[in-house]
Design a protein around this ligand. Structure first.
Ligand code: DOR
Ligand code: ZN
Length: 346
């Protein structure tokens, strides 16, 4: 049995670091295990200009512990008033790596997002011309559509028509949660890829709702039924370069999670790598973990894999879930996969 596994230093292609004291609290966890991360722009107010992205990048770098090898790659938050010129210049100058499309109202701090994709078509055309990837939160927001169907309906009614109009646009379907999303990306050609989160490889909707409600498992897109979770694991462990890690590690204080109207988001940065090693081991695919965490995403984004490595060790005894984090403003609960994890980072 494999006891030690050395991987190329991984990338997290979808990460929420927030700002202020939360930024200070969570950045060390990602910087410990990852060489780079694509930083989501849904701050309050959102990161909507190249200048905002540049100053947010400086605040992140100030929160990276001395000696850590961690590079934040920035995104802009697409709004219906985004100026194509500013966005293209920010990409050309290396300030941003991608642009994030939140359908307005789809998730945390998405109120300034896009109501109607036709309103941003000129910006998307400029992005296609310049080769700037669009990261998509793929859920419709129509209250008539059942929350468990919102991803599949988005693919049919928004994403596929957009890609037919603009086939050159490079798209990452973020945090795919359904077999529909997996099939769409797998068969979608070279200009589409998908990120998969840690938590969606472990939990289905029963974990959230059966035998008591577990707010720490609530995230968006919400976890679907078990057959979908299995499709995600099959895709992650398949070796298909269209699929790569984007943790969507999304810290919220316990007080915000455990309230009348709890926030969506799961904090997986501290234990993502051990959790993934467990999933890949159980799928007899440990040899494909390096591709999933360190190569497929880099290839899609057109960057070289990181220098450096990270080593995982398998112990006979299950390893404890990392302790919950104390921030200046309260406690932050770390993802508990509720199954034995035998791996740890050396
Ligand atoms: O669960 C989620 N949390 N999904 C998102 O799309 C946003 C994220 C957050 O920012 O908290
Ligand atoms: Zn996210």
């Amino acid at each position: 049995m494999t006891r030690r596994l050395t991987l190329t230093r991984p990338d997290d292609w979808h990460l929420h670091l927030r700002d202020g004291s939360m930024l200070d609290a969570v950045t060390p966890d990602s910087a410990a295990d990852f060489g780079r991360a694509l930083i989501m722009p849904n701050l309050v107010p959102p990161v909507v200009t190249g200048a905002h992205a540049a100053s947010y990048r400086e605040r992140i770098l100030a929160a990276v512990p001395a000696g850590a090898d961690f590079t934040p790659l920035m995104t802009l938050y697409l709004t219906e008033t985004t100026e194509a010129g500013d966005l293209v210049a920010a990409a050309r100058d290396g300030i941003i790596t991608a642009v994030k499309l939140y359908p307005a109202g789809a998730t945390t701090n998405s109120a300034s997002g896009v109501r109607d994709v036709s309103a941003v078509m000129p910006v998307l055309e400029a992005m296609a011309d310049a080769g700037i990837p669009l990261c998509v939160h793929g859920e419709v927001t129509d209250p008539e559509i059942d929350i468990f169907d919102r991803e599949a309906v988005f693919i049919e009614h928004v994403l596929d028509p957009l890609r037919k109009d603009l086939p050159e646009l490079r798209v990452v379907m973020e945090h795919v949660t359904t077999a529909d999303g997996i099939d769409y990306v797998r068969d979608g050609g070279a200009n589409i890829a998908a990120t998969l989160t840690t938590h969606h490889l472990f939990i289905n909707r029963n974990h959230i709702l059966a035998g008591g409600i577990r707010p720490h498992y609530y995230c968006l897109p919400v976890a679907k039924r078990e057959s979908h979770r299995r499709a995600l694991v099959a895709a992650a462990t398949s070796g298909d370069p269209s699929f790569f890690l984007g943790t969507d590690s999304a810290p919220h204080l316990d007080a915000a999670k455990l309230s009348e109207c709890g926030c969506a988001g799961i904090y997986t940065a501290p234990n993502t790598l051990p959790c993934l090693a467990q999933i890949f081991e159980e799928a007899d695919a440990l040899d494909r973990l390096d591709g999933f965490v360190a190569r497929h995403g880099a290839t899609f984004y057109g960057v070289a894999p990181n220098n450096g490595t990270v080593t995982l060790v398998r112990e006979d005894a299950p390893q404890p879930v990392p302790q919950n984090r104390a921030t200046e403003e309260g406690m932050l609960t770390v993802f508990d996969p509720m199954v034995p994890i035998h791996w740890r980072v050396a």
